[in-house]
Ligand binder design. Structure first.
Ligand code: HEM
Length: 408
């Protein structure tokens, strides 16, 4: 409990998940240490206003569900005041009801179970092709060469964006989501990239408005909201931008953590290979124990959470990474138990903003776990590898070298 010091009924901390060296070395162990010390803590040092870390399962769930007190008006807790005031809200993730409901309804059927199930065969074929092409290599950088590739191609297909632009789009998402705060203290790099992405997406949306096709970008620019009007150019751009961020950066990160763990645990891999556990059981447990999203909320009225007095205007970081390893909710929470039951993890959030892409994400994860282990059952991280963990609002491994024996 070195960073935490009692201050009334709350706890003060200097912890900042984006820069904390201990978290970079052992992210999930660090969340455990902090949450076990105190499920709600406040950092009054590194942002223009107090930022509360909400780490306990019950507390995170409460904040997710109480959208009136914990508003989604911004999901970036550490942004400067000026950026907060000026920025265009991301749609739907930074919009509160009632408008949120309208926006979400416009696209939700495209990510629903039926629409995603219809894509399953194509996604499986793509996964098989990509893995087959890698199998004879014997050594790859898993994040760049596979984990990002598959979800990006699937997402670009859904949106109707050219797959040839994938390398550029991935470089942009990397700068935007994984630039270290100490390398970009005034947000200049990230704001610059955001501008480029916006220009790219705006041009593509203008094209779809003039010439609609059978893709999600065309839906976004042509279909009316429930109130009867189509979205403005600005709304359409904001929605496309948020989908783009969510579609490119999340599944890739979940795959990175999953394969890092499996590479180091041959006994767990054997359960997959011999069919003792299902791909669903593996992916659900990995989603729980290696959750990638630490989202944020703006507090709209004075309240109390976990016994801590939180003031209107404060920000809260809702760490699904910490909450999903809470011993009060999960037995032997720090252990990875495929087939754990119950497993009420909140890796996809909860309440109004619960992840719209969860069916797609689950399908991709399950297909990869199944098809990879059919082809490459035995693999490891080379002994000389150093692995860097980027801890942020969406966390992920910067790179993951993997090695396996190839026999002809
Ligand atoms: C393992 C993969 C994924 C994880 C762990 C994940 C997690 C989350 C979480 C925790 C939220 C809630 C954020 C908040 O309340 O502030 C969220 C929202 C969202 N996710 Fe995902 N996500 C994943 C994949 C995807 C994919 C592939 C897409 C689709 C392109 C997607 C689209 C969205 C959207 C649109 C929202 C906002 C929903 C709303 O505001 O109503 N996600 N996701």
């Amino acid at each position: 409990m070195s960073e935490t010091a009692p201050s009334g009924s709350a706890y003060d901390t200097t912890f900042d998940h984006r820069t904390d060296e201990a978290a970079r070395a052992d992210q999930f162990g660090r969340w455990d240490e902090l949450r076990n010390a105190c499920p709600v803590q406040v950092n009054r040092t590194s942002a223009p206003r107090p930022v509360w870390y909400v780490l306990g399962y019950d507390e995170v769930l409460t904040a997710f569900q109480d959208w009136e007190t914990f508003s989604s008006d911004s999901v970036e807790a550490f942004e400067p005041d000026e950026a907060y005031e000026k920025k265009k809200r991301w749609i739907p993730v930074e919009i509160d009801p009632p408008m949120h409901t309208e926006y979400r309804a416009l696209i939700s059927s495209h990510f629903g179970p039926k629409a995603i199930a219809e894509r399953a065969d194509d996604i499986r074929q793509l996964a098989c092709d990509l893995i087959d092409a890698l199998a004879s290599k014997g050594r790859i950088e898993f994040v760049a060469e596979f984990a990002k590739d598959l979800p990006t191609r699937v997402f670009l297909d859904i949106m109707g964006m050219p797959v040839d632009d994938a390398p550029m789009l991935l470089a942009w998402i990397d700068s935007l989501m994984h630039t270290k705060p100490e390398d970009d203290p005034d947000f200049a790099i990230r704001l610059g990239v955001r501008k480029k992405v916006m220009g790219y997406l705006a041009a593509m949306l203008a094209d779809r408005r003039a010439d609609p096709r059978d893709d999600l970008m065309s839906v976004i620019v042509t279909e009316p909201l429930k109130s009867g009007r189509p979205m403005t150019d600005e709304e359409a751009l904001s929605m496309t931008f948020q989908l783009w961020m969510a579609g490119l950066d999340t599944v890739a990160n979940a795959l990175g953590y999953t394969f890092r763990y499996l590479a180091a645990h041959p006994e767990q891999r054997a359960l997959i290979v011999d069919g003792t556990v299902t791909p669903r059981e593996v992916s659900e447990e990995m989603l729980r124990a290696r959750s990638v999203v630490n989202t944020s909320r703006v507090v709209k009225s004075d309240t109390e959470l976990g016994g801590c007095p939180i003031k209107a205007g404060d920000r809260v970081v809702l760490s699904t990474a910490a909450a999903n390893r809470d011993r009060d909710e999960f037995e032997d929470a720090e252990d990875i138990v495929f087939g754990r039951s119950p497993n009420r993890h909140i890796a996809f959030g909860a309440g109004r903003h619960r992840c719209l892409g969860s069916h797609l994400a689950r399908l991709e994860l399950e297909i990869v776990i199944e098809e990879w282990h059919k082809r490459i059952p035995d693999y490891r991280v080379p002994g000389d590898a150093t692995i860097e963990d980027h801890v942020g609002s969406v966390s992920g491994l910067t790179a993951l070298p993997l090695k396996w024996d190839v026999t002809d």
